[in-house]
Ligand binder design. Structure first.
Ligand SMILES: N[C@@H](CCC(=O)N[C@@H](CS)C(=O)NCC(=O)O)C(=O)O
Length: 213
């Protein structure tokens, strides 16, 4: 999303989650939920804050750069805006929550805390409830809210790619969606280091002992 609105005009600081760096006191001061991402924004008058919820970051960035046309405008009120906000939140909360449970129980928790029933329940929920809703949308239009790419696609698109990494969203319709997203220069920049990502925590990673889910 940052590449979409700012090209390369922002700074990135990598927080090594597997090494448990999100639990360092300095980072906890910025994000008490010890997770990534955290976005530091500074206003023209010099005041700044740390944002700690990705859905809010994406929505704010889309509204802050209206000339990029990544969101239906808030005024006049429209059903397009309502649907866009709904899908952005659906991705950032609901889809994320389900995939996160699968991730915790398949890869991050200590073996004794992993629960196969939780994994199965959320995998079934994703397949039976999420995928049909998304498919119905992609049968009608190329992006999640219609013919145009919006900031909601940054969130839902990320989740679809994440889901595909877990063997979910395997239908052709999802491959087509990811292929459309991957034509965007900002997407290519955002995912340029994806090859460095390791889906499973390395054996004995500090995260495994610290992780609270
Ligand atoms: N609600 C937060 C969730 C972020 C989140 O769960 N981040 C995960 C990685 S995707 C994380 O950093 N986990 C590390 C930890 O909990 O220690 C958001 O959407 O920004």
């Amino acid at each position: 999303m940052l590449h979409e609105v700012l090209d390369d005009e922002f700074e990135v600081e990598i927080v090594s989650v597997y090494e448990g760096k999100q639990y360092d006191a300095e980072y906890l001061g910025k994000n008490p939920n010890h997770n990534v991402p955290t976005l530091e924004i500074t206003m023209p008058d010099g005041q700044s804050m740390h944002m700690i919820e990705s859905g809010a970051m994406v929505a704010l960035l889309a509204d802050a750069f209206p000339e990029k046309e990544l969101a239906p405008p808030p005024s006049p009120l429209s059903l397009e805006r309502a649907d866009y906000l709904q899908m952005l939140q659906f991705g950032a909360s609901w889809m994320d929550m389900i995939l996160w449970q699968v991730r915790c129980h398949e890869h991050l928790l200590r073996d004794a805390d992993k629960d196969p029933r939780t994994i199965q329940r959320y995998r079934d929920k994703f397949t039976n409830e999420i995928e049909p809703q998304l498919s119905r949308r992609f049968e009608r239009h190329p992006f999640i809210c219609g013919d145009a790419f919006t900031a909601a696609d940054c969130v839902v698109g990320h989740n679809v790619i994440w889901a595909r990494g877990y063997g979910l969203c395997r239908d052709e319709i999802f491959r087509g969606y990811v292929s459309r997203l991957s034509k965007r220069p900002a997407f290519l920049k955002g995912f340029s280091d994806v090859g460095d990502f390791q889906i499973e925590a390395p054996e004995g990673a500090p995260l495994t002992g610290l992780f609270t889910g």
